[in-house]
Every structure is written in C-alpha cells, then in structure tokens.
Design a protein around this ligand. Structure first.
Ligand code: ARG
Length: 570
C-alpha cells in the first residue's frame, strides 16, 4: 500500500501541476491526504478533495472530476469520482506484480524499512523489582517493550534492550529485614522466588503492627548502599534467585535482553549528577531531604536524596540516562512502564532539562494501562497477585487439554502447547491499545474463534498445511486473479509495511495485533471461497498456492513482531 499510495500521490501531483500552476503541493502532502474509504466498493484509496478546495479555490466535486479527467487511465488503478472524492481501485495486475511478487521476493524481510538506519534506540522494559513478585502487571512492560524493540529493529534501528531491574531500593532493605527475622536458608532455597515473596508479604503484615520495621528496612538498605558485606551477600543471593525465575518466563516469551543493568548498577554513578544539580542551584532542602522544586511546571517536587542521604528512584534514573547516552549514544531512549509512573518520568525528564542536558527530548515514556483479573486489581503488598508464571502455566495446561482432545498425535505437543498457551495471553493483551485498562479473562484469550492468538496461530498453521500438500506442484504458470477474495487478500497483505510504520510512530504494538486479525480474516475468506490445491486450472491453482504462501509469510512476520511463536502444526 505504501508503494501504491506513493504511485497514486505522484499521479495526482502530475495532474494537479498540469491543471493548476504553482500550486505548491508536494508528493508527501498528497500522500498524507490519502485515505482508506470505509466501504471498499468505492475504492481502495481515496483523495477527499475538500482538503484541496481552499488551496485550489474550487469546489471539491469539481476538483475531483478535473483531476480524474487529467489523470485518465492508470496501470495501477481504476480512477473514479464520487462527489468530492477521487477514488482509486487497485488493479489486479498491480496486485500481482507489486504485492505478490514483493512479498515473495522479500520473504522474511517483507514489511521492513530502513528508516532507522544509523540510529540507535535504547529500550528500557520489563524491569521487575527483584524483591517483589513478577506478576501480571509486568506483562505490559515486558511484551510491549520487547515488541517495540522488534518493531524498531524492523525499521532498521540498532536496538539495545535493557532490563533496568528494580534491585536497589528500600524494598531490598525490607527483604533483608524479613529474611534476617523470619527467613530460613533451606526453605528459601527450596521455594525460590515464592519463598522471597512470602517473606515480602510477611514484612508488610508485620509492619502494619510495628511500623518501626520500616525504619529498620531503611537502615538495612543504607547498609547495602555502604556495601556492608553481609547485606551485599544476601542481596546477591536474592537477585540470583529472582533472575533464575524471570528467565523461565522470558524464555517462554522468546525474549532476551542485551543488558541486565539494574538500579544497583548506578549506585556509584549518582553523585556526579547530584553534584551538577547542586552546582546549578537546583537542589533545595525540604525537611532534610534534597529535592528539585518543580512548582513552576505544575508538578510536585522531584525527590533526589532522602533525609538519611539514601538515593531515590529518580536519581538512579537520571544517572542511568546519562550513562546510556554516554555509552550507547542513543538517538532515542524508550521507557515502558505503567501509566502510574507517568508523573515520575515527567518529573525527572524536566530535571534533566534543567540540568542542561539538551538531548533530554530523546527520552520517551511509553505508558500503559492497568491489568485486573475478574475485575480485581492487584496489590503486591497484600499478596493478592497473579504471578505471570502461574497464568502462563494455567494457560498452557488448558491448551494441552484441548490438544489432547483434538490432535492427540501431534508431535512436540509440549512445545506447541507452550507456544499457543503463552501466545494466547500475549495476543489478548496486545490486542488493546496500550493505554486502555484491561480486565483479563483467560477463557476469552484461549478461544479458537474471534480475535485471539490461537485463531491467528491456527490460521498460520493452516497456510503451512496447504503448502505441505502443494509441495511438489509446479507453480510456474502465469499468475491470474479470478475471485474478489484473492484480490482482497493481496490488498490486505499490501498494507503490512505501512502498519509497521504506524505501530512504531504510535509506540503501539496493537496496530500489528489487529492487522494480524485482518490478514487471518482475509485469508480465511479466501480459503472458503477458493479451492487451492484442488483448483482445476493450473494457473489458478499456482496463483492460489503462491497467495497462501504470501499470507503465511506476512502472518509469520507480523506475529513475530508481537512476540508470538508460529508453530507449523497445531
Ligand atoms: N522497576 C520498576 C517497577 O517495577 C520499573 C522500572 C522502569 N524503568 C525505569 N528506568 N524507571 O515499577
């Protein structure tokens, strides 16, 4: 479509230049004016001419018909006028030549572009807090973050994915207090992360009754900052336990990071930044704590140092941003967190600006909404959480049951059940625009019908099984399109490169998730209407096999961009 829209935009520009001298229009302006009509019987792309009427001083229907006449015949499309709209219906020859062949030639690269060539993007995502559970609230940052990384890579950016673990804060002090008071080495070793979470929950229950425990936690964290060996040893051990468990989940999602560089990594890199704030006269004392006053910008103050001199979350973020700029030379640094942290980011971005970092506009916060299950919000402190690993396990088990029923002889059932079970959750999550709050329903996510992961993966597997049947067929005949469903499928496939650009521009993986469903719908309609391997005519059969392969390619490319695996058999 990108190519098609470009072709159309230049045809319009040529016509406009012939009709209205010195109109000042550009290809790009016209390209941006083009729309997809809601009803495609009118056309596949349309120019709403009211957008030109002021410039050209003429009524939209007049402009439309003058342009249509001037353009005359086009190879790429049939041109028509409806009121003030100039409509373009893409031609079958164009679809075959420029879409089918483009998908076939590019294969795994179809949809890629080089917009980001020579540029570096750092993405900070997932970043769980090592003392707290890795729960479904982290699903968003983990999958949106990784998908944005894959999408940027697809656009030619060099990407660096960082897991900015929350491994350095009062919560780590709390964990140490809890362990020292109630912990048992063998038990924690046996229970892993669950053991640590139990201790964390216990700490909060006890601190309700005895608030001095909070002071104790602060003191333990302070000792950690002073590198007292006993605390450092414990902290390292807890970190190891947490990472081991996170890695199971990351592996299920097919996610890897370029760096695990958590908050602790910056513990010795903050002083230099705090000194700059001091030198610039930005720091103020407020009840013993050091803050940057942001009232002028309608924000509460940004807390830099606590009363006891311990550093805070914003200070570590500032140190991390400077470190990343110096070491990775990014053109953009993206932070994916829940919308609950929007103020935090707005505050320290402002502090960076006041410190004189003129690249601070390259820092981008990408927020997302909350997740609840069955209408209930999650709270770590009370232990009312759904762990990501439990949700994945439940989903995988259900898929396994369904597979046992429907396809008991499937080879590598474990692997497929994991891909479908985990994929269902990811797909369900990434289907909504990220800022929307979502109420998670496993049954809906797992349905094989509707806009779900299993439906998409199943459609992909269907393309594979058709291709398997067509394996030894001769596909050299001249391509022909004989049914509207074939053209409609190609038209849908043609939109992929543009969807990739949209998803990146809006930091919105859901653009891809929704597009996957469009492809599945178009493919399944095609499949219903058009016999593929059993088509009698050789050319028709060959074209349909090629269409099936192209649809499979696009589905696979798109699903991978949203962290979803694509088993060939389900
Ligand atoms: N650890 C934080 C949390 O779980 C998220 C960190 C996000 N990244 C950052 N650079 N602040 O809420």
């Amino acid at each position: 479509m990108l190519l098609f829209k470009q072709t159309i935009a230049s045809a319009i520009l040529n016509a406009a230049n012939a009709l209205w001298q010195d109109n000042g229009l550009t290809d790009k302006e016209l390209f941006d004016m083009l729309e997809y009509p809601p009803d495609d019987t009118m056309g596949d792309v349309a120019l709403p001419c009211f957008k030109l009427s002021k410039l050209l001083r003429s009524a939209p229907p007049k402009i439309a018909s003058m342009l249509a006449e001037q353009i005359g015949e086009l190879d790429a499309a049939a041109v028509s006028v409806a009121g003030g709209y100039l409509n373009f219906k893409i031609s079958p020859a164009y679809l075959l030549k420029n879409v089918l062949t483009a998908v076939e030639t590019a294969g795994d690269r179809y949809g890629k572009n080089d917009m980001g060539e020579g540029k570096t993007v750092v993405l900070d995502y997932s970043s769980p807090n090592t003392s707290k559970p890795f729960h479904i609230g982290h699903l968003g940052t983990t999958v949106i973050g990784h998908s944005l990384k894959l999408l940027h890579e697809y656009c030619g950016y060099k990407c660096i994915g960082i897991n900015h673990l929350g491994d350095w804060g009062t919560q780590n002090g709390k964990q140490i207090v809890a362990y020292k008071r109630w912990g048992d080495k063998a038990e924690v070793e046996a229970k892993g992360c669950d053991g640590l979470v139990e201790l964390y929950v216990k700490f909060h229950e006890e601190a309700e009754k005895d608030p001095t425990l909070n002071d104790e936690a602060r003191a333990e964290f302070k000792k950690l900052e002073e590198h007292v060996p006993e605390n450092i040893e414990l902290w390292k051990w807890f970190l190891e336990i947490s990472l081991k468990e996170y890695n199971v989940t990351y592996k299920q999602l097919g996610i890897t990071f370029d760096h695990y560089m958590g908050e602790s990594f910056f513990s010795d890199k903050m002083d230099a930044q705090i000194q700059i704030m001091r030198d610039k006269g930005l720091l103020k004392l407020d009840d013993g704590a050091s803050i940057v006053d942001l009232s002028e910008y309608n924000m509460p103050p940004c807390l830099i140092l606590k009363r006891d001199g311990a550093s805070l979350y914003p200070s570590r973020d500032i140190a991390a941003a400077v470190y990343r700029k110096q070491n990775f030379g990014f053109d953009k640094c993206i932070y994916v967190t829940s919308a609950g942290q929007s103020l935090h980011f707005a505050q320290w971005f402002k502090v960076m600006e006041l410190m004189g970092y003129d690249w601070c506009d390259q820092l981008v916060h990408v927020p997302y909404g909350t997740v609840s299950i069955g209408g209930e919000k999650l709270a770590t402190r009370t232990g009312n959480v759904v762990l990501l690993k439990d949700l994945f396990r439940q989903s995988i088990e259900k898929v396994y049951e369904i597979m046992n029923e429907k396809n008991p002889d499937l080879p590598n059932k474990d692997e497929v059940a994991e891909a479908v079970g985990v994929g269902a959750i990811v797909f369900h999550y990434l289907y909504n625009s990220r800022i929307k709050d979502i109420n998670f329903m496993l049954e809906n996510a797992l349905s094989f019908e509707g806009s779900t992961g299993p439906y998409a993966q199943y459609t992909y597997a269907r393309t594979c099984s058709i291709l398997e049947k067509a394996d030894d067929m001769d596909l050299t005949g001249e391509a022909v399109l004989t049914k509207p469903e074939e053209s409609a499928l190609l038209l849908t496939l043609s939109k992929f490169p543009e969807k990739v650009l949209d998803a990146v521009a809006q930091y919105e993986p859901s653009v891809i998730t929704r597009y996957v469903i469009d492809v599945c719908t178009a493919f399944n309609r095609f499949y219903q209407a058009c016999p593929v391997v059993t088509a009698e005519d050789e050319s028709v059969r060959a074209t349909r096999v090629r269409l099936t392969r192209a649809a499979g390619h696009v589905l696979r490319n798109a699903l991978r961009l949203i962290c979803i695996k694509t088993p060939e058999k389900i």
